[in-house]
Design a protein around this ligand. Structure first.
Ligand code: F6P
Length: 333
């Protein structure tokens, strides 16, 4: 069960704004709802910015009421829409963003997103003094200094549900299935889905698994009577990895099929876990912002909500627990 910290004293009323940025993640709406409702409960005014930093630059900033966020806790995606805004990497663009916010009378910005979005928020505050606070929202769970990110649990459950279905047809046809999950540079989804889905082997960007080792694992299974296998492959940086592996397996006489789960993992109704996480992170972000804390991210460590400076988070590679990977392999053989 998540534990809330003792929040510092609120320093008067503030006007705050919230945006979602980067890839969407199930539970972002629950976080927006919490930001709005907790902010209003503290006497603040709350604005929603549409389409991330791009919308901010276009002045897409609108007041939100308690009723604006009714009936969204169960919805996937983000009612605020999102974007990957490349121009925000420019200093003069961030300066313009701060001016827009100040002209609107806004005192602080809540950014729900991942590493790139936090980089924008951190630089905005560092260069202009405009207070920002981050909420980790990404299905990848690849943000340092937090055990969990909004959307990860839902994405993992969606992928496991798909694997359960794939297993039925894989065993009916005696086939190998390579199931590709998301994660360009991180294998957290791959690891969790591989263990929970009972995969024979898990291929993640953090560990280079040689093709011959994968084939050996499959052959070991065949020797003890297995007629079908599931291999979980994180997408990695180069597209087409699972397809290449399937072609290789086919050349060795196996029937191997590929199923790319892709963006199905980003949609759908958030799990109870993600709704709880998003609700408490959303409220905590506002509590900290109203007490004068900023240039930091709210996160979770051992079920406790914590505040971590952006400087300790941005660009830091979150390590995949390798012992879990080895254990996964043991359990699969
Ligand atoms: O948001 C994270 C993520 O879903 C990664 O897992 C994936 O590699 C990437 O975004 C896909 O991005 P896009 O939706 O822009 O194709």
């Amino acid at each position: 069960m998540l534990m809330l910290p003792k929040f510092p004293q609120t320093k008067g009323k503030k006007t705050i704004a919230v945006l979602t940025s980067g890839g969407d993640a199930p539970g972002m709406n629950a976080a927006i709802r919490a930001v709005v409702r907790y902010g209003l409960s503290q006497g603040s005014e709350v604005y929603g910015i549409t389409k991330g930093y791009s919308g901010l630059l276009e002045g897409e900033i609108h007041p939100l009421k308690a009723s604006s966020v009714a009936n969204i806790i169960q919805r996937g995606g983000t009612i605020l829409k999102t974007d990957r805004c490349l121009s925000f990497y420019k200093k003069e663009v961030r300066r313009e963003a701060a001016n827009i916010l100040m002209r609107k009378g806004i005192d602080g910005l809540v950014v729900i997103g991942g590493d790139g979005s936090f980089t924008g928020a951190h630089l905005l505050e560092k260069e202009t003094g405009f207070p920002t606070i981050g909420i980790p929202g990404t299905i990848d769970n690849d943000i340092a200094e937090t055990d969990d990110t909004i959307g990860f649990d839902t994405a993992v459950n969606t992928a496991i549900d798909a694997i359960d279905r794939i297993r039925d047809t894989a065993s009916s046809h005696d086939r190998i299935f390579l199931v590709e999950v998301m994660g360009r540079s991180s294998g957290f989804i791959g690891l969790q889905v591989g263990v929970g889905g009972g995969a024979e082997t898990i291929v993640v960007p953090e560990r280079h698994e040689s093709f011959s080792k994968i084939v050996k694992t499959i052959e070991r299974g065949v020797k003890r009577g297995k007629t079908s296998s599931i291999i979980v492959v994180a997408e990695g940086h180069k597209p087409g990895l699972s397809q290449k592996m399937a072609e290789n397996l086919s050349r060795r006489g196996y029937i191997a099929k590929v199923c790319i789960l892709g963006h199905t993992q980003r949609g759908g109704s958030p799990t109870a876990h993600d709704r709880m996480l998003a609700s408490f992170l959303g409220a905590s972000a506002v509590a900290y912002l109203l007490s004068g804390k900023s240039n930091a991210m709210v996160g979770v460590k051992s079920d406790k909500i914590i505040l971590v400076p952006f400087k300790k988070v941005i660009g830091v590679k979150k390590q995949l627990p390798r012992e879990l990977l080895s254990m996964a392999q043991l359990l699969a053989t």
